[in-house]
Design a protein around this ligand. Structure first.
Ligand code: NAI
Length: 337
């Protein structure tokens, strides 16, 4: 039997998914056997916009697929082993990538670069070859570098379309809403905090001033809240004590973002959420990728919104973000070059 908290999660998640009409959409998860991959596969199985779920991992995916496939929703599920990546990707419209190693206590996301860069590059090369029109959602860290790696890999293959590549930063948005709610007492469900920049430490820039509750927070409460949003991942890494980083909240955030992508593909208008994409906003400062509010549609990225009005503190946060982000992006580019 489900625990009360698990039952509540499922109810909330089912509510979080909205659908205008159903459509045939194959979604592939690369890294489906992992800490994020498993609950993410579960949540995608209950998304009515997913018609077929393709679960791939170098280990464990058939087991996850067999398990998830018994859930009484309309979609079909198939698991693929290490040598079946092409089959897993065949016909995929959306590819979600949580493959790679997570952090241990004391590690930064950049410490994962050496292992995850090649995993993501090789998976991206296969997506470019087998499913060049797929929308690619990158969860594997360091997102600030892995997304440029995917872009360059696809560019080399001659199939890069910036409208179809997304770094998943939605956990930062989820955390911002939750943590603000804890400070101000409002229901996080109705809170939208744009979180811009990148996805690690100081590159995470929450724009609290753009929210009715957030803009009244000041002083030490403000600094602590910003720090918690920027370094919230560390709380989980520390509490898991060597067993990994955020998996359940990440799966929730990833499924929510995938649902936004699917709603856009399905023709729904006004689907707007922050995500890390190829962006002109700060390209003149050498920052080719940036997360800001993006309108999603039938072709993926339809419109990239500017950051909007910033408070003096947020201006400072942005100034601190850009040089770090530039370095992370260049590191990703250099890896593929
Ligand atoms: P995990 O170690 O539990 O799972 C990773 C899975 O990837 C494993 O099942 C492994 O077999 C698989 N894998 C490794 N190489 C592969 C390959 N070449 N092809 C397919 N699968 C492969 O790790 P976890 O906790 O699921 O984290 C995954 C990634 O997500 C990490 O890089 C982590 O840092 C990142 N992450 C990103 C967040 C975000 O906000 N974007 C939040 C939390 C974690």
């Amino acid at each position: 039997m489900l625990s009360r908290s698990a039952a509540r999660l499922l109810t909330t998640q089912t509510r979080a998914f909205s659908t205008t009409s159903t459509r045939q959409t194959k979604v592939a998860v690369l890294g489906a056997g992992g800490g994020i991959g498993q609950p993410l596969s579960l949540l995608l199985k209950i998304d009515p916009l997913v018609s077929s779920l393709s679960l791939y991992d170098i280990r464990g995916a058939p087991g996850v697929a067999a398990d998830v496939s018994h859930i009484d929703t309309d979609s079909t599920v198939k698991g693929y082993t290490a040598d079946q990546l092409d089959d897993a990707l065949d016909g995929a419209k959306v590819v979600v990538i949580p493959a790679g190693v997570p952090r241990k206590p004391g590690m930064t996301r950049d410490d994962l670069f050496n292992t995850n860069a090649s995993i993501v590059r090789d998976l991206a090369a296969s997506v470019g070859r087998v499913a060049p029109e797929a929308h690619i959602l990158v969860i594997s860290n360091p997102v600030n570098s892995t997304v440029p790696i995917v872009a360059k890999t696809l560019e080399k293959a001659g199939v890069f379309d910036p409208r179809r590549l997304f770094g998943v930063t939605s956990l930062d948005v989820v955390r911002a809403a939750r943590f603000l709610g804890e400070v101000s007492g409002n229901d996080p469900k109705n809170t939208v905090i744009p979180v811009v920049g990148g996805h690690s430490g100081a590159t995470i820039v929450p724009l609290l001033s753009q929210n009715a509750y957030g803009k009244s927070i000041s002083g030490e409460t403000y600094s602590k809240l910003v720090h918690r949003i920027q370094f919230g991942g560390d709380e989980v890494v520390k509490a898991k004590d060597g067993a990994g980083s955020a998996t359940l909240s990440m799966a929730y955030a990833g499924a929510k973002f995938a649902n936004a992508i699917l709603r856009g593909l399905n023709g729904e208008k006004g689907v707007i959420t922050p995500t890390f994409v190829k962006s002109e906003l700060f390209a003149d400062q050498g920052v080719d990728f940036f997360s800001s509010n993006v309108e999603l549609g039938k072709n993926g990225v339809e419109k990239i919104y500017p950051v909007g009005p910033l408070s003096a503190e947020e201006q400072k946060l942005l100034e601190a973000c850009l040089p770090d982000l530039k370095k992370n992006i260049e590191k990703g580019y250099a890896f593929v070059a």
